[in-house]
Every structure is written in structure tokens, then in C-alpha cells.
Design a protein around this ligand. Structure first.
Ligand code: EPZ
Length: 429
């Protein structure tokens, strides 16, 4: 199995192109199930999760065609992919496919809306908490579906079709908002989703659905209203830039020092994280081309952070920020409020010399640790990349095992960092 080898010590300088967002790409691809016409997605990142979802969708009958390179296109540019679910040939999503990625459970919304029945395995995904699916089930039931859990499958039907309703999420959920919004586009009547997720990826999906003929208002606020329509049609949509990839590289530069342009990044997608980085003493400049991040010689200040749904500080940047804080002056307290078990990187960061103590949902990070290279491994995507960030400043060699986690969500990570001066390579372990 591949590993990533890093020799710490180099500053990062140059340009990193930001890819299309994984967490927007996945629901957008799933939206192709809602129409028999072609959905063309531009700026789709080359990621293992995207490939995995392609397999799941093809099992339902979605054809998937990657367009060839065009004149002027760079190898770092996103792909253009044509998806078409002319006919749904199978409404079952089996365990062996769904268990690899939680987001694949979201097909339950479009399948139920278009086919009036489906049988979807309960999900797997990163080991970051229990991550139940009760909001999906309750929400779809509110739209008139009958759902039973049978031997690890959600067996759903709505013989008369889904019907618009009001539903309030008891806690903000990105995936449940995506799923109910997609389902409601083809329901009869009006659906009002209260306490909806306001994440930019929800707005991106809503924009794409609107381009497909859906009638949606309020995406990006906590109340989304959807007037059901008879049918959706094809559309062309460009995936928004990845705010988590942006924040990750911004933290890498804050860690190593240097000056990097994150090309194509949009500050409005991660303002809370950029504000925190500025408080640490990192330079952030928003330009026409993207976001420039710099730190030259100044010490890093410890800052306390609490993760929150958007527009708060994202849980998907918590591990990376923790890596950064191991090098700050003073102690930083990081509070995780979204997932109950998202501190598995703590013991791996400790292997590199970090001093972090856990107290329930809080981690106290003692700054100023001299990190030293070691073998490490992580059990989820963002935790893995936090180890890469730490490895960039650790003395000597760090080997990050289980690279497949990184490949789920970071496109050409080692190429992007190498281009900015890091010593990082993929090796066969
Ligand atoms: C999305 O996961 C992201 N995944 C996650 O990114 C991200 O960490 C998370 O949102 C929070 O921002 C994708 O977009 C593909 P949730 P999702 O439903 O939708 C609880 C990454 O690294 N909950 O918003 O699965 C749940 O347990 C990934 O890219 C219920 O209780 O997360 C959690 O505590 C990891 N019942 C909270 O809500 C439900 O039915 C928020 O989860 C659903 C969720």
C-alpha cells in the first residue's frame, strides 16, 4: 500500500491551484439521478470518492463520460463530466458499494423522488462518530415515504409519489439537507426545510438544481423552500472551489512560512477560518486570482477555536488547525461540536512530538513543540492531511501510511506541495 514520505523543513513558496470541492461534487453527481437528461459538471476533481460514487451511480444506470482535454486546458484543471440517467435500471444501492462512502446513502432522496421506491444500504464512511441517518428517515417520512430498516437496508417507498411538507431538522445536517432538497424538487406541492445547513455546498447544489428546472429559494439561509415540479431537465454546472482544500493549504503555509497564492480560492467560502489564521499572525490577502497566504519569520500566536456549522469554523479543518497550533506560542483550546469522535489525529500528532491533552470535546494543544519525523497513520481524510502538515515542519523524515484516505479528498497533494518547494513523495510501502 502506498505511503507519503515527507522531509520537513522547507518553506512553501509559489502557486497552488485549488480544485473543485469534493463535498459539492458528490451531491451534484447524485443529482443526475433526478432527470433522464444529461447533467454536465465542470471542474470535477479527480478523487477516489468521485470514482467510488461513479461506480455506485453506474449501478443505478447512470452513464458517465469524461470529456477529453481542450486547447488551453492545464493538467491541474478540473474534469468535465457528462452524467446521464436516461433510465434507472436498479433502485438498490448495495452494502458493498455504500459502505465505503457515507455520501452514497444520499441517493435515497433522488431515487425515491423519481422511482417511488428504493432499497439503500445504511452507510459507512470515515470513522469520526456514530453518524446516524435518523434525519433522512424522518424527513423523507414527513414527505410521505414509508421507510423500514431491514437487515441493514433502508427500504423506502412512496407509491403515490412524495408530497411537499414542512420539516425541521433537530440539528444542522449537510447530507440530510442535500437529500431532502433533492427529494422535494419532484414532490407534489411545497416543502419547507427549517434549520437547514447553510454550507456553500448546499447552495451550489441548489443552484445546479435550479438550472435543472427546480423551484428552490432560500438556499444559503436556514429555511429552504422548494416548490415541486413535474420533471427536471439537463443542465451544465461548474463545481465550486474546495474551501477545505483551500484552508488546508493555507494552514500548511502558516506552518512552514513562505508565500503561496491559492489560485481560484474564494475567501467568502471560509471567512471564519481565514479570520482565525489572521489572528495567528498569518498574512491573508484576497486578490483577483485567489487568496495569498504568507508568514515570514513572525511567531505563530495560539488561538482558541470551536467548530460550528457554516459560517462557523469548519470541523473539516479542525485536525489541520490542531497540527498548526502545535507550533504556536502558548496553549490553544480546540472544541469539536459537530462529531463526537473526531480527535483520532491527537495520538498520531503525539507520535511526532505534539503535546495535546483531551478533555471530552476539547483538546488543549500546548504550542512550541519541536516536532520530529516518525511513522504515522490516520483513520480519516482530514486527520491524514493534518499529519502531512505536521510532517512539513517535523525534523527529518515522516511517513504517512494509509494514503488512500488522502486520495479520497485531495487531488494531487504531493504534486501541489512539491511545486511549492516541499520534499514530499509517494512511495510504495
Ligand atoms: C458532511 O458530512 C461532509 N461530507 C463532512 O465532510 C463534514 O464533516 C460534515 O458535513 C459537517 O460539515 C460531505 O459533504 C460528503 P452532517 P455529513 O450530516 O453530511 C449528525 C470530509 O472529511 N446527524 O452535517 O455526513 C451527525 O452525526 C467529510 O470531507 C444525525 O444525528 O455530516 C453529526 O454529528 C467528513 N442524524 C452532525 O449531525 C442524521 O440523520 C452533522 O453531520 C444526520 C446527521
Amino acid at each position: 500500500m502506498d505511503a507519503i514520505r515527507i522531509v520537513g523543513g522547507a518553506q512553501l513558496n509559489g502557486t497552488i491551484p485549488i480544485s473543485g470541492a469534493k463535498n459539492a461534487a458528490l451531491p451534484l453527481m447524485i443529482a443526475s439521478l433526478l432527470t433522464d437528461e444529461e447533467l454536465i459538471l465542470e471542474n470535477l476533481p479527480r478523487l477516489r470518492d468521485v470514482q467510488q460514487l461513479q461506480q455506485i451511480l453506474s449501478n443505478h444506470g447512470v452513464s458517465y463520460m469524461i470529456e477529453g482535454k481542450r486547447p488551453g486546458m492545464d493538467s491541474m484543471d478540473g474534469q468535465i463530466v457528462r452524467l446521464q440517467a436516461r433510465e434507472i435500471i436498479d433502485t438498490r444501492a448495495p452494502y458493498d458499494l455504500v459502505s465505503k462512502m457515507r455520501a452514497s446513502f444520499w441517493v435515497i432522496g433522488p431515487l425515491l423522488a423519481r422511482m417511488k421506491e428504493c432499497r439503500v444500504s445504511l452507510p459507512g464512511g470515515c470513522a469520526i462518530g456514530t453518524r446516524p441517518v435518523d434525519f433522512f428517515i424522518d424527513g423523507l417520512k414527513a414527505l410521505g415515504a414509508e421507510i423500514d430498516i431491514e437487515r441493514g437496508y433502508a427500504v423506502a417507498s412512496a407509491p403515490e409519489g412524495l408530497k411537499g411538507a414542512e420539516y425541521e431538522f433537530s440539528k444542522v445536517s449537510v447530507g440530510a439537507t442535500h437529500t431532502l432538497m433533492m427529494a422535494a424538487t419532484l414532490a407534489k406541492g411545497t416543502t419547507v426545510l427549517k434549520n437547514s445547513a447553510r454550507e456553500p455546498e448546499v447552495t451550489d447544489l441548489a443552484n445546479c438544481l435550479i438550472a435543472m428546472g427546480a423551484n428552490i429559494s432560500g438556499a444559503g439561509t436556514d429555511t429552504i423552500t422548494i416548490e415541486g415540479v413535474e420533471k427536471l431537465h439537463g443542465a451544465r454546472h461548474s463545481v465550486l472551489p474546495d474551501r477545505i482544500e483551500t484552508g488546508t493549504y493555507a494552514m500548511a503555509v502558516a506552518m512552514t512560512g513562505g508565500d503561496v497564492l491559492l489560485k481560484g480560492a474564494r475567501a467568502d467560502l471560509l471567512q471564519a477560518a481565514l479570520d482565525v489564521l489572521e489572528q495567528t499572525g498569518t498574512g491573508i490577502e484576497v486578490t483577483n486570482e485567489g487568496i495569498r497566504v504568507s508568514r515570514n519569520g513572525s511567531a505563530l500566536k495560539a488561538v482558541d477555536v470551536t467548530t460550528d456549522p457554516f459560517p462557523g469554523f469548519p470541523t473539516d479543518l479542525q485536525a489541520q488547525f490542531m497540527a498548526l497550533m502545535t507550533r504556536a506560542e502558548g496553549t490553544s483550546t480546540i472544541t469539536e461540536t459537530i462529531f463526537e469522535n473526531r480527535f483520532m489525529h491527537v495520538q498520531e500528532l503525539a507520535r511526532l512530538g505534539a503535546s495535546i491533552s483531551l478533555d471530552g470535546q476539547k483538546a488543549h494543544v500546548e504550542g512550541g513543540s519541536e516536532l520530529k519525523g516518525a511513522q504515522v497513520m490516520a483513520t480519516d481524510l482530514r486527520a491524514s492531511v493534518s499529519l502531512v502538515i505536521a510532517g512539513l515542519v517535523a525534523e527529518g523524515e515522516t511517513k504517512v501510511n494509509r494514503v488512500y484516505h488522502l486520495d479520497r479528498g485531495f487531488e494531487r497533494l504531493e504534486d501541489k506541495l512539491t511545486a511549492c518547494g516541499a520534499t514530499i513523495e509517494r512511495i510504495s510501502a
